[in-house]
Design a binder for this molecule. Structure first.
Ligand SMILES: Cc1ncc(COP(=O)(O)O)c(C=O)c1O
Length: 377
């Protein structure tokens, strides 16, 4: 990207980090054989895959002994919801009203297959009441929920949820969408007690089209695809070895950098919040500081449609989004409706990354001032 461009849409996707690119190219060159082949090149590819699995367990939690590589988190979430939830008749599946479409649409599909589905509403700024979620989960086959919300940055109190579920409905499985949490939270600490976890490479400086579903021993999902015996038949098809190696390298990178990058994002988050304070309610944080992960700031926009604001920013080479990329074709984020935000308010998501600088934040603020004529500040 040219220097003058300011990319603040890391929650949508990230560019591939040089170290990840090197791992990817290395695997393309050295681990090109079919990992199911018994000859030496096949064994080398199979070993590369196993090393990638080991790295994923280190990043997410050694409790998740089975690592199933998928085409991304959409597939991993579908495999968890439909495979673990066994969307058969009279099974209850629970999530929240603001989870990612790869969970919610999978639940809709399960409902069409006869499952009972419940979506627990969030509080006014996206907070998930885990007591309420656990109460809805009584007797359910599965609860599927985000760890960090992709549009709001809010964090669900997973340890508390695990504790309540274990006490009140121990048979209920817990699937976590940790896509936006990898590299932001200490996952082995935070996710202990879950049944399965979905992650994807392209949000953590890896390539698109590779993700993983990590499974604890008690998880026995059914496959969604049918074919060969790869990955224990759970995800047939020749494994994407270079992708898996890249996902592992990306996960290792963001976990290693988390203390330093996290601290920088905290300062940049503060700078952004201080800066937007001057805009009053024309552009104001939806979620208070401390309730969202640093570096992902959802702003409520008033007075200008979000698409117009985005376009004005884009003309100044500042790239943010109006919420999830999955909803890019819709003018307004569906999450706002779930929060009960009035229809004349839009969402602007500013999501920072490992390369974001103070200058980028200042450029966003300057561009926002120019895009909101008459705004104070
Ligand atoms: C929270 C969350 N879950 C799932 C996904 C889907 O991931 P993928 O693009 O790898 O299918 C995304 C990203 O779009 C996301 O932000």
């Amino acid at each position: 990207m040219a220097n003058a461009e300011v990319y603040l849409d890391h929650a949508a996707s990230t560019s591939v980090a040089p170290e990840v690119r090197a791992a990817l190219v290395g695997a393309i060159e050295q681990s090109w054989a079919n990992p199911s082949s018994r000859h030496a090149p096949g064994v080398a590819a199979s070993r590369a895959l196993e090393r990638a699995r080991e790295a994923m367990r280190d990043a997410v939690g050694t409790r998740f002994r089975r690592v199933v590589f998928t085409s991304g988190a959409t597939e991993a979430n579908n495999l968890a919801v439909l495979g673990l939830g066994r969307g058969g008749r009279r099974r209850k599946l629970v999530s929240t009203a603001i989870d990612h479409p790869s969970i919610l649409a999978a639940l809709d599909h399960a409902r069409r297959l006869g499952a009972q589905v419940e979506r627990v509403p969030p509080g006014p700024t996206g907070e998930i009441d885990v007591e309420r979620l656990a109460a809805a989960a009584a007797g359910a086959a599965l609860v599927a929920v985000h760890v960090v919300h992709n549009e709001l940055g809010t964090v669900v109190d997973i340890p508390a949820l695990v504790e309540i579920l274990a006490r009140t409905t121990p048979e209920t499985r817990l699937h976590l969408d940790a896509v936006q949490a990898l590299g932001k939270l200490d996952l082995p600490l935070h996710l202990a007690g879950a049944t399965s976890v979905a992650v994807t490479a392209h949000k953590v400086y890896g390539p698109k089209g590779i993700g993983a579903l990590l499974l604890a021993d008690e998880a026995r999902p059914r496959p969604l695809l049918f074919g060969g015996e790869q990955q224990d038949g759970l995800r047939p098809g020749t494994e994407n070895v270079p992708g898996a190696v890249a996902l592992a390298a990306a996960s290792r990178l963001v976990v290693a950098e988390r203390p330093v990058v996290g601290e920088r994002l905290r300062r940049l988050d503060e700078r952004l919040r201080d800066g937007v304070a001057a805009f009053g309610d024309r552009l104001a944080p939806l979620v208070p500081a401390g309730r969202a992960v640093p570096g992902l700031v959802a702003l409520a926009l008033r007075g200008v449609p979000a698409e117009v604001f985005l376009h004005r920013l884009e003309q100044q080479h500042v790239y943010v989004s109006a919420g999830s990329a999955c909803h890019a074709r819709h003018a307004r984020s569906a999450v706002l409706d779930a929060l009960g935000v009035p229809p004349d308010v839009g969402l602007i998501r500013v999501s920072m990354g490992r390369g974001t600088t103070e200058d980028d934040i200042d450029a966003f603020l300057a561009a926002a001032r120019a895009a909101l004529p008459g705004a104070a500040g």
